[in-house]
Design a protein around this ligand. Structure first.
Ligand SMILES: [Fe+2]
Ligand SMILES: [Fe+2]
Length: 297
């Protein structure tokens, strides 16, 4: 059976700093990519999934903390927890704004919450060994999901199509600040998984569960948002063809590139540092209006 390459040395230069950003959504139009409701709502699925999803990451990583025997990795996990906690709240504020604009995201968010808390949450009554196993299994899911958040983050940092379409600058900053931090901390979950269990099978299982789950949640989320949009009256149904056309115009990620990127996760020699660019991410964080304002506090 193939095994992953030896657990890579932890990156001793990685210091993860939670940036306590604030965004003002009061002027955000419902279709924040003007006249592009499909692209707007496909990206809006991030706001539906991330508050519950990233709070779940934080819970899983807090449960993993006592199992970490490498001090540097422990510091990185703490930085990761700090960043993800802020991400969750930043996206939660967008959900609150949508509700104020007459688009009620709560029915879908309740389902996402049920999935993360009930299905993927901590089970009561486990032995110590079962509990450890359950934590590592969930770390494998997080590591696979973080492959996608880094892919999406890298896309957000390289998405001039959104600027050409005159997407709302505050939303672009949210997407790129968050995307940059995803690229910045893209190796932490994978390194944690390797630290707790370097086995290839666990990694593969994490992707085989998380990949299809994310696609399913995204398709349902996009359908939900388009149906719930009070300006559309249910007139627009998303199609794969439309997603493809939007991707060609640079408004959405290219699904073929996404599939190819997911396939790389199965490569035994895979490591997240080979995806995306840390220097580009840090370069954006140095110019992001929200990150600069947070640094000035
Ligand atoms: Fe995040
Ligand atoms: Fe992340």
């Amino acid at each position: 059976m193939p095994r992953s390459t030896p657990a890579p040395a932890v990156h001793h230069d990685l210091v993860l700093e939670p940036r306590d950003v604030q965004f003002d959504w009061s002027a955000l139009p419902l279709h924040w990519i003007p006249d592009e409701p499909v692209a707007t709502h496909v990206i809006n699925v991030l706001h539906l999934l991330l508050p519950e999803g990233e709070r779940w990451f934080v819970e899983v990583f807090k449960q993993a903390l006592p199992m970490i025997t490498d001090e540097q990795l422990r510091e990185e996990v703490l930085g990761f927890i700090g960043q993800e906690a802020i991400h969750a709240e930043a996206h939660q504020e967008v959900l609150d704004h949508l509700l104020g604009q007459g688009l009620d995201p709560r029915p879908y968010v309740r389902q996402v919450g049920w999935l993360f808390r009930r299905v993927l949450g901590e089970r009561p009554g486990l032995t110590a060994a079962q509990r450890r196993e359950s934590v590592i299994e969930r770390v494998a899911f997080v590591a696979a999901i973080e492959h996608f958040t880094a892919f999406l983050g890298n896309w957000a940092l390289n998405s001039p199509g959104l600027d050409r379409a005159q997407a709302d600058p505050t939303m672009l900053d949210l997407l790129r600040w968050h995307g940059a931090e995803e690229v910045e901390h893209r190796s932490v979950a994978f390194d944690l998984l390797n630290h707790l269990d370097p086995g290839y099978l666990r990694r593969v299982r994490g992707m085989l569960v998380s990949g299809p789950m994310l696609v399913h949640l995204w398709v349902r989320g996009a359908r939900f948002m388009l149906a719930a949009d009070p300006l559309l009256d249910g007139r627009i149904k998303p199609t794969w063809r439309e997603a493809h056309l939007n991707a060609k115009r640079g408004l959405l990620p290219d699904l073929r590139l996404l599939a190819r990127s997911a396939a790389r996760y199965f490569n035994p020699g895979y490591h997240p540092t080979r995806e995306g660019s840390s220097s580009q991410a840090l370069g954006y964080l140095a110019t992001s209006p929200a990150a600069r304002a947070a640094a000035a506090h």
